[in-house]
Design a protein around this ligand. Sequence first.
Ligand SMILES: *[C@@H]1O[C@H](CO)[C@@H](O)[C@H](O)[C@H]1NC(C)=O
Ligand SMILES: *[C@@H]1O[C@H](CO)[C@@H](O)[C@H](O)[C@H]1NC(C)=O
Ligand SMILES: *[C@@H]1O[C@H](CO)[C@@H](O)[C@H](O)[C@H]1NC(C)=O
Ligand SMILES: *[C@@H]1O[C@H](CO)[C@@H](O)[C@H](O)[C@H]1NC(C)=O
Ligand SMILES: *[C@@H]1O[C@H](CO)[C@@H](O)[C@H](O)[C@H]1NC(C)=O
Length: 578
Amino acid sequence: MLAISASAVLVATTAVSLAFYTLASPFEAPHGLGASQARSRCDRASFARLLPAHATLESIAVVRENGNYGEGAADIPYPRNPTNLPALCAVIVGVRSSSSSSYRFGLFLPDDWNSRFLVVGNGGFAGGINWLDMAAGPRIGMASLSTDTGHSGGTTDSTWALNQPERRTDWGWRAIHGSTVLGKRLVSAYYVNKPLRYSYYSGCSTGGRQGLKELQASPDSFDGALIGAPAWWTSHTNTYVAQIGLYNLPVTDPKHLSLSDISLLADEVTRQCDGADGVMDGIVSSPELCTLNLTTLLCSDSKNNNNNNNTNPNPSSPKCLTAAQISTAEKVYSDYYFSEDHTLLHPGLTPGSEQQWYLLLNGTEPTPFGVGYVRNFLYNNPAWDWHAFNESVTRYAEKTDPGNATADDYAALATVRERGGKVILYHGLADGLVHTRLSEVYYNRTVAALGGRHRGKHSKEGLADFFRMFLIPGMLHCLGSAVDAPWAMGGASQAGVLGAGVRSVPGFEDAEHDALLALFDWVEKGRAVESIVATAWRSPLDPTSGVKRQRPVCAWPKKAVWDGVGSVDDAASWRCSR
Ligand SMILES: *[C@@H]1O[C@H](CO)[C@@H](O)[C@H](O)[C@H]1NC(C)=O
Ligand SMILES: *[C@@H]1O[C@H](CO)[C@@H](O)[C@H](O)[C@H]1NC(C)=O
Ligand SMILES: *[C@@H]1O[C@H](CO)[C@@H](O)[C@H](O)[C@H]1NC(C)=O
Ligand SMILES: *[C@@H]1O[C@H](CO)[C@@H](O)[C@H](O)[C@H]1NC(C)=O
Ligand SMILES: *[C@@H]1O[C@H](CO)[C@@H](O)[C@H](O)[C@H]1NC(C)=O
């Protein structure tokens, strides 16, 4: 059931607001009057009339200034309601997508609207409306939308997909596409005489994939898209992550890396690679310049961690690794090529990502992102034994692409470019879940598909006129850092982890520090985004603890370079350079 907060008032179903259709925009009237007029249109009978036959109005509620809204615990992956909302209308619409599937989406329609619209994404297999990320919209005057992707369930749960091709299609692309198209129509209708001028997207992980997929399926959906750590290569990534788990199993095998072994590895990688960018700050900022030599960790007679001793395969403070363990780590870093034709099956994880390897390498079986996908999406076989993973599984996924989820139509972005759309892609260099190098592969393949060619001219800047990539040193998957690297930059879900009432980058709510605000300037004022200053706080998730570090993240292939004089914790000591 829907749990609505005390501050949200359900509007009586019988109230009919003729004003909905006849009044001019309330925002041309004095502020107080305008707000109350907008609210008077937050009405079930009027709103329901705007919906096409395959859609139904599930709920509509007035949320007052400083109120909160969401579905609470009923929304399994997103149980936390955003708080401190501006006055708005909260709507839930249900859409029948086939005879055996349907999806829902939530809409926030702020009383004070600035003609902009924001669609936000989901994460993993999450089936639920992402109210917390949606709050980013109305906090800055935008209408916003999120879909539940067509099912209800947690982030790692894919059991809903078993023998359900229509539901997979909703998760794959139909829910985000249908919600975006209908959402734009509803926003335009709700604000009567004020036009919808700009539409944006923001999502990370599966959310990044959803954004790329929607740009490919419908290049005119968004004027600007902020794409974080996209898990875009579904057919490959969601099978390969089963292989990564297998590298490290069973846990009783001498090749197994325990979390303590991985911690030892992380320290050694930092020791060898931290300085590759010229600055010793505990952050591996240029992993591509570091040639790892893990032989330094090899156990010898004088250096023994008991790992060969079967009674204690995983000591709590190992001093060295066996050759078999080093080989496991090397496989995790390595790109994997199909044996038959030597094409890329999947890139490896990046040195510096070890602090998050527990997501794919811990436990007694491979990640549910892999095993669940193969069982429930690919083979319709809940008994599929992950020990049996081999390359043919990925080949079959590539051929069938369940749910049409894979976002690999690189050339489609040409249309986004031609109509003036802008795309910012960002990815943490310490991401241990969705490989950072996947973004590099995506970017490189888009370069190959479009070239620097733009309106007949060959640009030296490659894709920079509309599509830029930002690799964030030390950032984990979508947010956070294990090494106090600056990470907060206005990406999806970032404000939400700082608090249910938080917006943007607290204390730095501007286009210099917030990539979404920077994207608006690029789209609306033609100001291309050269860098975004990322922030880390002394107490990592508490902005009131004070800033610990700020540093620009630069549009690839440029990087932040220290001036050699100022504090490395001060953004002013860095500039973007090749
Ligand atoms: C798969 O998605 C693409 C958009 O990326 C779309 O053009 C295509 O029609 C879809 N294919 C099917 C079979 O639905
Ligand atoms: C790797 O490290 C080992 C042990 O310190 C050393 O003997 C070897 O020469 C190094 N290899 C390379 C290629 O630098
Ligand atoms: C690793 O797995 C063990 C059990 O398999 C679990 O108890 C532990 O919480 C996991 N650690 C992390 C960091 O996920
Ligand atoms: C690979 O796995 C598939 C599916 O589990 C199986 O049918 C096939 O026999 C395997 N191939 C090899 C060479 O082991
Ligand atoms: C992408 O292209 C750049 C420049 O050509 C190259 O240095 C890099 O290795 C490529 N990355 C991947 C993952 O292919």
